[in-house]
Write a protein that binds this ligand. Structure first.
Ligand code: ZN
Length: 320
């Protein structure tokens, strides 16, 4: 049996470069790359088409986050960044081109400062920090808001992505909240979430986080770190650079790199990347790496891996 392989795309959303927003608002950093270039503040819609071209060409599958109210700059229902038409066009493309191979999930409400649901104001801390002292009583409405925004924008979210390490210190409360929110918003009793980054555990596989009667929640951990990230901070776009970054995940002969290490350890390659790691501050270098990685997988791992969506991976995990 080929091992399932899946791609987790975090921080994607219409128009806004979420990373730049929280770099400034949550981390209080200057909006610059490490080599001193200004961080872009928008991701143009054609980039989503280019991403869809690559994952279609390479037969990839996984999940694709949609941050519902990125950076507090509007939301997927009302329109983001003052551009309701652009927002709608982006969502239409995502819905038309990504399912069923890619699942959708929210990733926080803002992926930035936490929202006070009673007033609509922001707390002076990021969503992840806020979450760590909460209980299911406060986490459930927070997750319901995320899911409702996506549902009302016509998006079916089969799971939940945790911004940063949202809920990790109160995980049993968080798990209960995910289950309650999925039931209330989508009437769903089978779901999954991404929280754990187990990049030093190459043998890791997804597990059942909760099973109660008809209700099942599967935890899908990433096992392959975001090696695309360094492209944000490099001006290089040449083929040798693209090849070198790809090598860290899978060498051209399929015999080296982190994906090989995970397969050899008996784990499942669950690849983590971010929208900002693919757009690479406007250069698109990360997307070129994704294309090259997809090509290498197609050519060297035939019969060894099979691309699956996160929902399919969760189903296989639950089936044992
Ligand atoms: Zn994120």
């Amino acid at each position: 049996m080929p091992a399932p392989i899946t791609l987790l795309v975090d921080d994607s959303c219409p128009l806004v470069h979420v990373f730049r927003c929280h770099w400034e608002d949550v981390h209080q950093r200057r909006p610059l790359t490490k080599d001193g270039r200004p961080l872009i503040d928008r991701v143009p819609n054609p980039f989503l088409d280019r991403f869809c071209d690559v994952v279609e060409r390479r037969g990839m599958a996984g999940k694709f986050s949609i941050v519902p109210a990125p950076g507090g700059l509007g939301d997927v229902v009302q329109g983001i960044a003052g551009d309701p038409e652009g927002t709608r066009a982006w969502l239409d493309t995502a819905r038309r081109r990504l399912p069923p191979r890619f699942d959708f999930t929210p990733e926080g409400i803002t992926h930035n400062l936490a929202v006070n649901l009673a007033t609509g104001d922001y707390y002076p801390l990021g969503e992840s920090d806020w979450s760590q002292t909460q209980t299911r009583e406060t986490l459930t409405p927070y997750l319901i808001r995320q899911l409702e925004l996506l549902r009302d924008a016509g998006i079916d979210a089969t799971g939940v992505t945790s911004p940063w390490v949202f809920g990790i210190r109160v995980e049993p409360e968080y798990v209960a909240a995910i289950v309650a929110a999925q039931r209330q918003v989508y009437g769903r009793s089978f779901s999954w979430y991404f929280l754990h980054m187990l990049h030093d555990r190459p043998d890791a596989r997804p597990w059942i986080a909760l099973k109660e009667g008809e209700t099942t929640l599967v935890a899908i951990p990433s096992t392959v770190d975001d090696f695309w990230w360094e492209t944000i901070d490099s001006p290089r776009t040449d083929a040798a650079y693209v090849s070198a970054v790809t090598d860290r995940m899978l060498t051209a002969d399929g015999r080296g790199g982190k994906i090989r290490a995970v397969l050899d350890a008996g784990g499942y390659p669950v690849l983590l990347t971010h929208w900002q790691s693919l757009i690479s501050n406007g250069l698109g270098t990360g997307l070129a790496v994704l294309d090259e990685l997809g090509r290498r997988i197609q050519e060297t791992l035939v019969g060894e891996v099979e691309w699956v969506s996160c929902l399919e991976l969760a189903r296989r995990t639950a089936a044992g």
